[in-house]
Write a protein that binds this ligand. Structure first.
Ligand code: ACO
Length: 326
């Protein structure tokens, strides 16, 4: 008895912010951004939309892909660090917009590792609590946390959403997950204001405390180490060889981080699905968007073994071992 992904969907807003656009905003260059990060453009959520809207668009595609009726969904969980508001949860707002009533819906956050945590939470709900089908969403409007005067962070971030329909399954689809965190590294990546510690005030606006702060080069090294560790743990625990894995779906923070993980693990970079050039870092949405694109591009076939892997604020890091049984 287990759980499997039976449908995926993603949504990227149409508006593109290219490296040329960034050159007009801060002291940077297309050459620097491409060579240091691999990013060429990112998508930006229009003003009238928020994380719940992107989440709804991605969810509708996942529902269609799964061929289930939306009424079969028994829970909605949403990973986001850019929720529409303090409360209610973005998951409840999505529930309303999908016109689904009287099912559990809640948000959780593990920053960029959110979707990977979410699949394990969904497994607990289905295998441990008896739910049959659920919707796992990761939706992010990172542009709303981005300081477009800070060249060290603004070139990295973009908006988007991904979703998956998960279902009770005779055959195990989410075989194993490795989840971890270390709060001691919390001050490497955070947004100080907007929570109960520093609620919005004139001071927080004046000091630009509502924007993401980051120590990039330290994170860079930890990211390579932690993502490699997560993949290795899953391989060891499940007695698998690297060659048994068909594709790795990594968090898309920096091409050089993905290349560093590939080198560390001695796995060819071609085995990693990379779309960072189109979208930049969409936090928790990176992994489900990449998974959806990999499926739709025919890079994933029935019975393939997949590893998803990410790191993010917290710091958190995580990986899923998935058999594609759709
Ligand atoms: N354009 C031009 N120059 C820049 C830019 C830019 N956009 N940004 C920084 N620089 C400069 C720096 O000021 C520095 O100049 P200096 O040497 O004169 O001081 C130089 O480039 C090198 O800076 P580094 O920070 O050492 O550059 P690095 O090679 O480490 O690349 C980067 C920086 C891209 C941020 C990298 O460290 C990285 O990707 N880190 C991980 C970031 C990450 O994944 N964060 C997660 C974020 S989001 C989330 O989780 C929600």
């Amino acid at each position: 008895m287990g759980i499997a992904i039976i449908g995926t969907g993603s949504y990227l807003p149409e508006l593109r912010l290219t490296n040329r656009d960034m050159e007009m905003m801060v002291d940077t260059s297309d050459e620097w951004i491409v060579s240091r990060t691999g990013i060429k453009e990112r998508r930006i959520c229009p003003k009238e939309y928020s994380a719940s809207d992107l989440g709804v668009f991605a969810s509708l595609k996942a529902i269609e892909d799964s061929k289930i009726k939306k009424e079969e969904i028994e829970f909605i969980i949403c990973a986001t660090i850019t929720s529409d508001m303090y409360f209610p949860s973005t998951a409840c707002i999505i529930q309303k917009k999908l016109e689904l009533e009287n099912i559990p819906s809640f948000d959780f956050q593990a920053a960029c590792s959110g979707f990977i945590y979410g699949l394990e939470i969904a497994k607990g709900l289905i295998v441990g609590c008896g739910y049959k089908k659920g919707l796992v969403i990761a939706s992010e409007c990172m542009s709303r946390l981005t300081d477009y005067t800070d060249r060290s962070t603004c070139v990295l971030l973009g908006d988007g959403a991904g979703a998956a329909i998960v279902s009770f399954s005779e055959k195990e689809g989410i075989i194993d997950s490795f989840l971890s965190s270390n709060g001691n590294y919390g001050d490497l990546l955070y947004t100080p204001a907007g929570g109960s510690l520093y609620p919005c005030s004139f001071e927080t606006v004046e000091k630009r405390m509502g924007f993401m702060k980051m120590e990039g080069s330290t994170l860079f090294k930890i990211a390579i180490y932690s993502m490699s560790e997560a993949v290795n743990k899953l391989l060891e625990r499940n007695k698998l060889k690297k060659e048994d894995i068909s594709i790795i779906i990594p968090h898309q923070a920096n091409y050089r981080i993905i290349a560093g993980v590939a080198k560390n693990l001695d796995i060819p970079i071609e085995k990693f699905f990379i779309n960072i050039e189109k979208y930049g870092n969409m936090s928790a949405a990176c992994v489900p968007v990449a998974l959806d694109e990999a499926v739709k591009e025919g890079r994933i076939k029935k019975d393939d073994l997949i590893i998803t892997v990410a790191f993010g604020a917290g710091l958190t890091w995580a990986a899923n071992l998935i058999r594609w049984i759709k």
